[in-house]
Design a protein around this ligand. Structure first.
Ligand code: ADP
Ligand code: F6P
Length: 328
């Protein structure tokens, strides 16, 4: 830890938006206001630093945003930021605006950008994990995950009505990039009959055997959760492979898609975002830099940004075993 004087903090959201990001921005701005630190919003992620899109924030600037989905700061995928010369330009712009430190709300890609600002230019940075995928090392939950799972569960409960009424096997694709967190919790919450996540391999033969199993004879319909990144392919491809082997099954496919990214955040996400956003400001003022603020077993933790960027995290094996046991 290296205590620098921090009087002015910039905050940005980057990468895929996630419900609860606004609650995190609000917490950063309000904590700054409470502690008499100037807060500046940087619009459109890292592009906003390059384009000097700086908006001074007061406590009232974030009124009523706690319940809003998306990000009021907007987000972007800024490819230039992967190049050092653009990061050097960004640092020049931050210094010109008098911004002493940055809070970056986003996923591991966004943290890589933040980590480089620290290692190359000594800019104090703190990351706040915001992504529906929940795939960030060092924290139990990321902002947006709980809302995304609840959105998927609400949708699948409705799909279940049609599946039951018409004796259909539905293949429902959920997001998660290459991680199975959304898939696993959604499968357990909806009582899905089968679950395909990237973390564990299932063959088509195994899936078909399971669907035809004696213990399942009483079931005439089913929900199969196919997580994005699943090794058997996307939901349409998996459905086609099963249909080829079990032509007697009537199948349908639903891809939930970006509906999982939007909407008003759940209470769990609002609380998580409020705590992490506020602790990010406190961390900077207390000399922390180049860390991500996370939560483990309900306690705030300070995770080296390098670990948050590069270490991977997979679903709990036991939870996966339980999901399968309960699916008979
Ligand atoms: P997420 O933060 O959700 O993982 P991305 O991977 O799209 O999303 O990253 C968001 C942004 O972070 C990118 O558009 C880019 O501006 C920046 N970024 C990603 N990777 C790097 C990197 N290796 N170096 C510098 N900046 C990066
Ligand atoms: O990281 C969040 C996420 O929604 C992933 O679950 C998904 O793979 C990806 O972003 C989709 O990104 P885009 O909207 O750019 O296609």
């Amino acid at each position: 830890m290296n205590k620098k004087e921090i009087k002015h903090i910039g905050v940005l959201t980057s990468g895929g938006d996630a419900p609860g990001m606004n609650a995190a921005v609000r917490a950063v701005v309000r904590t700054c206001a409470y502690l008499d630190v100037q807060a500046t919003a940087i619009m459109h992620g890292y592009s906003g630093i390059l384009n000097k899109e700086f908006v001074p924030m007061k406590a009232h600037s974030v009124s009523k945003v706690i319940s809003m989905g998306g990000t009021i700061l907007k987000s972007s995928r800024c490819l230039e930021f992967k190049e050092r010369e653009y990061r050097a330009k960004a640092v020049e712009n931050l210094r010109e605006a008098g911004i002493d430190a940055l809070v970056v709300i986003g996923g591991d890609g966004s943290f890589r950008g933040a980590h480089s600002l620290y290692t190359e230019f000594n800019v104090p940075v703190v990351g706040v994990p915001g992504t529906i995928d929940n795939d960030i090392y060092g924290t139990d939950f990321t902002i947006g995950f709980d809302t995304a799972v609840n959105t998927a569960v609400t949708a699948i409960d409705k799909i279940r009505d049609t599946a039951d009424s018409h004796n259909l096997i539905f293949f429902v694709e959920v997001m998660g990039r290459d991680a199975g967190f959304i898939g696993l919790d959604t499968a357990i919450s909806t009582g899905a009959e089968a679950i395909l996540i990237p973390d564990y391999t299932t063959t088509v033969e195994e899936l078909c055997r399971f669907l035809k199993h004696d213990r399942r004879q009483s079931k005439s319909s089913g929900i199969i959760i196919v997580s994005e990144g699943c090794r058997l392919g996307n939901a349409t491809e998996v459905a086609a492979k099963v249909k080829e082997k079990l032509p007697e099954f009537e199948t349908r496919v639903t891809t939930l898609g970006h509906v999982q990214r939007g909407g008003s955040p759940t209470s769990a996400d609002r609380v998580l975002a409020s705590v992490l956003g506020s602790e990010a400001v406190n961390a900077l003022l207390n000399g922390w830099e180049d860390v991500m603020i996370g939560q483990k077993a309900g306690e705030t933790v300070y995770v080296p940004l390098e670990d948050a960027c590069y270490k991977s995290r997979t679903v709990q094996e036991r939870k996966y075993v339980i999901a399968r046991m309960l699916a008979i």
